[in-house]
Design a protein around this ligand. Structure first.
Ligand code: FAD
Length: 141
């Protein structure tokens, strides 16, 4: 067993609905909990940025399943590496919709880690993505 963290981003289909997000949330909880996967999924500006943490085999299989999902496209792997410890260990998958939070605070975090005022993970490196998610988490408390 090797503890890993995977970071990827993708583009949501234009027809994505709230029901889709709810379904993704429910499926994530159902599937991730038994295999010990934890993480965070951020949705904003029609983009997804997700972090998966857990055993390499399970993270790998889960990512393969996710990458085939028709509710998003242009999936781009940003990082997949061994880690000493989890950062998002408290959630089987926390789904964060940026639209639900203060636009000013969200804009500031985007500006801090990218050149854009809106979520633009394609232009961010792995470290920026990770720090973005960690800082985003502080908005939830
Ligand atoms: P089933 O309902 O049996 O799904 C069977 C197949 O149907 C799968 O191929 C699935 O992709 C597809 N499917 C199901 N519902 C829909 C729908 N409404 N529209 C289109 N296709 C559909 N899953 C996890 O387990 N963990 C995660 O962390 C996770 N994160 C995700 C993040 C994003 C951005 C997206 C888009 C999906 C994510 N999913 C996640 C869902 C994942 O892609 C699969 O849909 C899910 O894992 C399938 O679980 P299942 O086989 O139990 O469900």
């Amino acid at each position: 067993m090797s503890l890993c963290r995977l970071i990827y981003c993708s583009q949501a289909i234009p027809e994505l609905t709230y029901a889709d997000l709810k379904d993704i949330m429910e499926k994530s909880e159902k599937n991730n909990t038994p295999v010990g996967i934890t993480g965070m999924l951020c949705y904003g500006n029609s983009m997804f940025l997700q972090i998966l943490e857990g055993d390499r085999k399970h993270v790998s299989r889960t990512y393969s399943r996710i990458a085939n999902d028709k509710r998003h496209f242009n999936t781009e792997l940003i990082d997949f590496s061994e880690v000493e410890s989890r950062i998002f260990g408290e959630w089987s998958m926390k789904v964060v919709q940026l639209g639900a939070y203060s636009p000013e605070k969200v804009r500031n975090i985007n500006m801090k880690y990218s050149t854009s005022t809106a979520l633009d993970p394609v232009s961010m490196n792995a470290k920026q993505c990770l720090n973005f998610m960690i800082e985003l988490r502080s908005l939830l408390n």
